[in-house]
Design a protein around this ligand. Structure first.
Ligand SMILES: Cc1cc2nc3c(=O)[nH]c(=O)nc-3n(C[C@H](O)[C@H](O)[C@H](O)COP(=O)(O)O)c2cc1C
Length: 194
């Protein structure tokens, strides 16, 4: 593969956009396919494909929002209408949302840890692909990724977990930089003792 300074620049400057400030248009069908294919292209020990994707577009976002509203209302009986409306609108913040589902096969040679890590790599590949296509992207879990009732409505099986809800859309506000760790603080060079 040819050297690609553009890829390096993207990796060294990429920032998440905020779902709350995303606007139409979102990725087209073709662009979404590219994002999903990039997601499915990650390292995957044992060729297990220990992940699957659920796409939310159009009215499905509001319909899933109705589930979030309902679950939230039951869990928080004192919630105000404004809070419930916010829950109902979570997925409509962005034109397209993809839930990346980690599906782990227990008891096999490939450790569960590695299968989970592969799902994280899927999320990051999708963020990078969406950014390269010119879209804003954000990886969120918020509360609903961890809620049993929401996950039931999502149709998750026994060994499935939400790795992330990935929000994709056009950006409406500029992104500023955020502090990054000093490499010297997180990197060391291994050397033999003695
Ligand atoms: C697994 C995972 C879950 C996340 N969930 C949330 C979340 O629920 N809410 C939130 O504000 N940021 C969440 N983030 C952080 C954002 O995705 C993102 O890292 C942050 O906005 C800054 O990102 P950037 O360094 O890519 O610009 C999550 C990140 C990861 C890796």
């Amino acid at each position: 593969m040819a050297r690609s300074q553009e890829t390096i620049d993207l990796l060294l400057t990429r920032r998440s956009a905020k779902a709350l400030t995303m606007v139409e248009p979102g990725p087209s069908e073709d662009e979404l396919q590219t994002i999903l294919r990039a997601g499915a292209r990650v390292p995957d020990h044992g060729k297990l494909a220990p992940w699957r994707f659920i796409v939310f577009r159009g009215e499905a976002r509001g319909q899933f929002g109705a589930v979030l509203r309902d679950v939230y209302a039951r869990a928080q009986p004192g919630a105000t209408n404004d809070q419930l409306d916010f829950e109902a609108g979570r997925l409509t913040r962005a034109p397209v949302v993809v839930a990346v589902i980690s599906r782990v096969t227990p008891g096999i040679k490939i450790p569960e840890w590695e299968q989970l890590l592969s799902a994280g790599a899927v999320c990051q590949n999708m963020l990078i692909a969406a950014t390269a296509l010119g879209f804003g992207a954000q990886w969120l879990t918020e509360w609903y990724a961890f809620d049993a009732k929401v996950n039931e409505a999502l149709g998750l099986g026994e060994n499935e977990k939400v790795a992330g809800y990935l929000y994709f859309g056009s950006e409406s506000v500029p992104k500023d930089e955020r502090p990054r760790p000093e490499l010297s603080e997180i990197t060391s060079e291994w050397a033999a003792k003695g």
